[in-house]
Design a protein around this ligand. Structure first.
Ligand SMILES: Nc1ccn([C@H]2C[C@H](O)[C@@H](COP(=O)(O)OP(=O)(O)OP(=O)(O)O)O2)c(=O)n1
Length: 147
């Protein structure tokens, strides 16, 4: 497997190629079926969950965590990402394009409310801003939630 130079930017495409190379070199393409990859992905999500299990809520940035704990977290997050990238590749889905499209769909489904716009213009922030969200798939139903 080729090394990674610091100057090289990490893209989904690079990770896709690295995973394909990793599997090919070990003759593991035979094991990287959609179902196997999905199960491996779910197992890694389980390992990721274990890191947070029983800790209660933890502050953003994980300020109290030891360096080894953060490194372990990075490893489990990476396993999830790598299997997701590989699963997408094996299924013939362009994950980057699909994710960008999904972000756009999300923005249509959950429009920014007028009130939020006003708060941004005034420079005010409110943790309990009321947002109009769409809760149905047919885009007909909206309801108010407080976030
Ligand atoms: N058939 C396989 C096995 C492993 N991997 C790669 C993808 C993951 O990034 C990592 C997973 O390796 P392990 O199954 O050894 O899992 P962990 O690294 O989490 O080790 P452990 O479960 O012992 O904590 O290796 C892979 O692509 N295909």
């Amino acid at each position: 497997m080729t090394g990674f130079s610091e100057a090289e930017s990490v893209t989904l495409d690079l990770l896709k190629k690295k995973m394909a190379e990793f599997a090919r070199e070990r003759n593991w393409d035979q094991f990287h079926s959609p179902r196997n990859l999905l199960l491996a992905l779910v197992a890694e999500v389980g390992e990721l969950s274990e890191i947070f299990q029983w800790k209660g809520e933890v502050p953003k940035g994980l300020p109290d965590w030891k360096e080894e704990e953060k490194q372990h977290l990075g490893e489990e997050l990476s396993d999830v990402l790598l299997y997701l990238v590989r699963l997408s590749d094996i299924c013939g889905v362009d994950l980057g394009k699909a994710a960008l499209r999904k972000v756009e769909l999300n923005a249509i489904k959950y429009p920014v409310s007028q009130k939020q716009n006003q708060n941004q213009t005034n420079g005010t922030t409110n943790a309990h801003t009321t947002t109009a969200i769409n809760t149905s798939n047919d885009n007909n139903n909206t309801e108010e939630i407080t976030g």
